[in-house]
Design a protein around this ligand. Structure first.
Ligand SMILES: Nc1ncnc2c1ncn2[C@@H]1O[C@H](COP(=O)(O)OP(=O)(O)OP(=O)(O)O)[C@@H](O)[C@H]1O
Length: 777
């Protein structure tokens, strides 16, 4: 062992000693803070005297309450911070740092050794940094430069200097295992080691090996919209998560994790990425799928089709009669043209076309739908649309009041009074007495008049109706949306061109709405229509939204997100070669998105290097897509993918079982058998049930499971496996050109090994994968 290595190990030991001391000090502090919180909670009401007899007492009570609540909040926040710091220090006990730069600032003569880890550590004096946080300004030099002139940006300006040397350290369990002078060595040994390992149940942070182009994404801080277009496995999700950690660090005084939302493809993906931020000592951002949001807004009214059910239909129902129209409907309803048409339609409602629901009580009409419409269109059309609706609502409330007066004299009210139970009678009595100003002790003296009781009963019975009117439920949004499709010619007023299948699209939309079903392609347009009429529900507390797998969102959905989060900056990450939804063909690149905030507010970063898979796998998968040669594989050796042609399914299942056994022996922890659809997955799972511990992953699975799994292609998005089997890459299954992206997505999930089987002729999608890239067995 050379002396430099020994010196470095000694430094590691010293730093770990400091970390251990800090931990023991902090453990005492956190336990004290925890006790404080418990005590404040326990004695909260002892400390506050609740007295509301006089105004001064009341004021004193409020002030006391506020002081206690403040003390509790301060203690809770101190405790939270201390616990977070403690968690970070515990991780640093294992790996205190991973890199070092020797940086000589302009005007100085000795370089400073800057050690970089997941969090900052200073010496006892607090003046010298033993470790710099990877997000600190100076640490950017580590990621951005090779030895030579270098600079970094601080809030006070740009610091110029010279990067003398750059080191990578591999420290595990407090022991320095290796160190590389990366200014001398060629290739990235640590990255090789990281990528060569098996996959895990959870994604991990990549801070030790962030690449220069990824660092640009992480530290980007200009404009409203950042678009990242990157090849499969290029680190888009990883960069997005480290970006969140970076923003939380840089804006720690004004930004917290609750103000960031990650839109992710499914719940399983949420669990897969849930560890990255906590590993870096940060709290997780909010995570949501677009479907969850739609459900939250619309599921009371409708049964909304799940996007994966829509996808399953597209993948499996091509023989059904309405298939072509349905696919055309999905594409058309995702377009900005339809988004604009809905805006124009809503505008036209100012003059005609609103649909209302009549209001009736006990089977008798109070106001008919036609009367409501007449009233609405009798308003001055120069008033704002929403004000007209407000006026209409007030008028309807008045109609209810009129109806109320008339109802009081009707016989049903007397009958109701007679049927009141003692309890109800007493309740009504007490209520009316209090309303008349009687104090608790004088209530018994109150004489209840029968008229007042009748009034009360009618009022109560009409309360639900009043509530519905206040919530604008007299507007028939479904009727208004449906109207767009009832007369196929109507939409031509607002659209230059309708799809050829428009009449069929209209028919299938109306049929679904009549059954109170909302097809997935209708859900966002419907919600937009609703918001344009009733007013937009926006969320102004969110400062950043990150949309992963953005190729699966329609331009329509992006417009919607922009309106929903008016103050948020947006980071959008995707790969069009993995666009698997039928609506995705509406957007062939992210250029369309530039119009969202305008080009001055938009920046685009492309990632072309791919890290997930071995070089032979990438050399194969990139031949499956147009312009795939732009993808640069990371130099990691491995075996070439294998295509095995078989004659029947019995043979296929035998081969898969033996391949899985083989791979298990090689030590692979996660093996995926990827099928085209859920339908194929179910069949495969049944047939392969003899494989020990095999699991079926389906829509709704919340956890990403390790081991041997059968999974439909679209659910495997975003995640990765040690080894992948493409269940049946035959002409029969992947015969259609429209499946190219689904097929590519499935193949790019493999890290170390890829095996394709084909029952009968292989898919024509494999045509370009030359012999040199694919072993045919
Ligand atoms: N700089 C890096 N250092 C270490 N590992 C990396 C780095 N960049 C990417 N990886 C690894 O490469 C794999 C792919 O990364 P990630 O899932 O973020 O890519 P992606 O672009 O989102 O992929 P896809 O679009 O195919 O879902 C992960 O295992 C990730 O840890």
């Amino acid at each position: 062992m050379n002396s430099e290595f020994q010196q470095e190990q000694k430094r590691v030991d010293r730093v770990i000693e400091t970390i251990t001391e800090r931990i023991s000090r902090l453990e005492k502090d956190t336990s004290r803070h925890r006790n404080e919180v418990v005590q404040i909670r326990k004695h909260f009401w002892d400390e506050v005297k609740v007295n509301v007899d006089t105004f001064d007492d009341y004021l004193e009570t409020i002030i006391g309450l506020r002081q206690e609540a403040q003390a509790l909040s301060v203690s809770q926040s101190t405790h939270r911070h201390a616990s977070k710091r403690l968690a970070a220090l515990r991780r640093m006990q294992e790996i205190p740092y991973f890199g070092r730069i020797d940086f000589m600032e302009g005007g100085t003569s000795t370089p400073e050794q800057v050690y970089i880890g997941i969090s900052t550590l200073t010496d006892e004096s607090g003046e010298h940094f033993l470790i710099y946080d990877w997000r600190a300004p100076v640490s950017s030099v580590y990621y951005d430069y090779q030895p030579g002139p270098a600079n970094y940006v601080t809030p006070g300006g740009v610091i110029e200097g010279q990067l003398e040397k750059k080191w990578q350290y591999l420290i595990r369990g407090g022991t320095l295992q290796s160190m590389f002078d990366t200014s001398l060595t060629i290739g990235d040994e640590i990255l090789q080691q990281v990528l060569g390992k098996g996959t895990d149940k959870h994604m991990h942070n990549i801070v030790a090996t962030i690449q220069q182009e990824q660092n640009r994404i992480i530290r980007h801080d200009r404009g409203r919209l950042l678009i990242v277009h990157g090849a499969a496995g290029s680190g888009k999700t990883s960069a997005a998560l480290q970006r969140i950690a970076y923003l939380l660090y840089k804006y720690r005084d004004s930004l917290n994790a609750d103000q960031i939302i990650l839109f992710s493809p499914n719940s399983m993906f949420n669990s897969y990425v849930s560890n990255v931020l906590p590993e870096l000592g940060e709290e997780n951002m909010q995570q949501v799928t677009f479907q969850e949001y739609l459900d939250h807004r619309l599921s009371k009214q409708f049964q909304i089709e799940h996007p994966y059910d829509q996808l399953e239909y597209v993948l499996t129902a091509s023989n059904t009669p309405v298939y072509k129209s349905r696919v055309a409907s999905i594409r058309f309803k995702a377009s900005t043209a339809f988004f604009e048409a809905i805006h124009s339609y809503r505008k036209s409602l100012e003059l005609a076309g609103m649909v209302f629901k009549g209001i009736s009580f006990r089977g008798t009409s109070i106001v008919t739908a036609q009367q409501i419409a007449d009233r609405f269109y009798s308003h001055d059309t120069s008033l704002r649309f929403h004000n007209r609706l407000e006026k209409l609502k007030d008028w309807l409330i008045k109609q209810i009041e009129e109806a109320e007066k008339a109802e009081r004299k009707k016989p049903w009210v007397q009958e109701e009074i007679e049927l009141l139970s003692n309890e109800e009678y007493h309740e009504a009595y007490t209520y009316l007495a209090k309303k008349r100003g009687f104090k608790e002790e004088d209530i018994a003296d109150y004489d209840m008049e029968p008229k007042a009781l009748a009034q009360l009963i009618v009022r109560q019975k009409l309360t639900p109706l009043r509530k519905r009117i206040r919530a604008f439920r007299f507007i028939d949004i479904k009727g208004i949306y449906k109207q767009l499709f009832v007369d196929p010619l109507q939409i031509q007023q607002w659209l230059e061109k309708t799809p050829a299948e428009w009449t069929d699209i209209c028919r299938l939309t109306v049929n679904a709405l009549d059954e109170d079903k909302l097809l997935y392609e209708d859900a966002t347009p419907f919600l937009l229509m609703k918001e344009l009429i009733l007013g937009f529900q926006t969320n102004s507390s969110i400062k950043h939204i990150i949309v992963d797998e953005a190729q699966d969102y329609s331009p329509f959905q992006f417009e919607f997100l922009k309106r929903l989060f008016p103050w948020a900056k947006m980071t959008v990450l995707g790969d069009f070669n993995q666009a698997i939804f039928a609506h995705a063909s509406e957007m062939v690149d992210f250029q369309t998105l530039t119009s969202l905030y305008g080009s001055a507010e938009t920046n685009v970063i492309n990632l072309t290097r791919s890290y997930r898979s071995t070089k032979p796998i990438i050399e194969f998968t990139r031949r499956l897509i147009p312009n795939g040669d732009r993808i640069v594989p990371f130099e990691r050796d491995g075996k070439r993918p294998v295509l095995t042609q078989l004659s029947d399914h019995a043979d296929l299942h035998r081969c898969i079982a033996s391949k899985v056994a083989d791979w298990r022996q090689q030590g692979y922890h996660s093996i995926a058998i990827i099928c085209k659809s859920a339908e194929e997955s179910n069949r495969a799972y049944e047939a392969l049930s003899s494989i020990e511990d095999i699991k079926l992953l389906k829509n709704g699975s919340l956890e990403y499971e390790q081991g041997v799994v059968v999974i439909p292609s679209y659910l495997s998005k975003g995640i990765e496996f040690d080894a992948v089997i493409i269940y049946d890459a035959s002409q029969q299954v992947y015969g259609d050109e429209s499946l190219r992206r689904v097929f590519y997505t499935a193949c790019t999930r493999a890290m170390h090994d890829l095996q394709l089987y084909s029952v009968g002729e292989p898919s024509p999608l494999l045509q370009n994968a030359l012999q040199e890239h694919l072993i045919q067995a």
